[in-house]
Write a protein that binds this ligand. Structure first.
Ligand code: S3P
Length: 177
């Protein structure tokens, strides 16, 4: 876990698909009056294509390059909340950018909870198309948990908590209440 800045200028939300990054990001941004920047949404804005389309047409590596470019530019907009794609931690450059610029919150939840939340939208998640989603998410969790853990300032299990409770915990932990 990295050192907590006294008043961070940005909060980054990391974690697997379905952990609540976008929802929590929206509420945090409203409560703080900060901008919300979403790496996936920014890629869509800049390329006119979704993550699923880029994965299908160009492959994962091209998507990861775009993700790194977007992340490198995002901190020009501080103070901000950054909602990241679940795979942002795969590249060391991204992990360093996040650590240098933000208070990092790892949102986590049991696999069954993630599956229930994602059911309505799973066609938008290319990495969940390859296998049955439950097996695939469990695989991603085992591959990524150590990376999330390494850079996170705080881990929150969102399974049993309301969005308000999650945001309260984050603001308190980041000295922003
Ligand atoms: C990915 C998660 C997605 C998106 C892309 C890859 C991943 O974002 O960035 O499909 O590698 O886990 P969400 O975490 O918002 O679903």
């Amino acid at each position: 876990m990295s050192t907590i800045p006294q008043y961070p200028q940005s909060i980054a939300l990391i974690g697997l698909s379905g952990t609540g990054k976008s929802t929590v990001g929206q509420v945090l941004a409203e409560r703080l009056g900060w901008s919300l920047l979403d790496t996936d949404a920014t890629i869509v804005e800049q390329t006119g294509r979704s993550a699923a389309e880029i994965f299908a047409e160009n492959g994962e590596a091209v998507f990861r390059d775009l993700e790194t470019q977007v992340l490198a530019n995002i901190f020009a907009h501080t103070p901000c909340i950054v909602a990241t794609g679940g795979g942002i931690v795969l590249r060391e450059t991204n992990r360093t950018l996040l650590q240098q610029n933000s208070y990092i919150v790892w949102l986590d939840a049991p696999i069954e909870t993630l599956i229930a939340r994602l059911q309505a939208h799973d066609e938008e998640r290319p990495l969940l198309q390859r296998n049955d989603p439950s097996t695939q998410l469990a695989q991603l969790q085992s591959e990524r948990a150590a990376l999330y853990q390494t850079i996170a300032d705080i881990r929150i299990d969102t399974g049993e908590k309301t969005t308000t409770e999650i945001c309260d915990s984050i603001l308190q932990a980041a000295n922003l209440t």
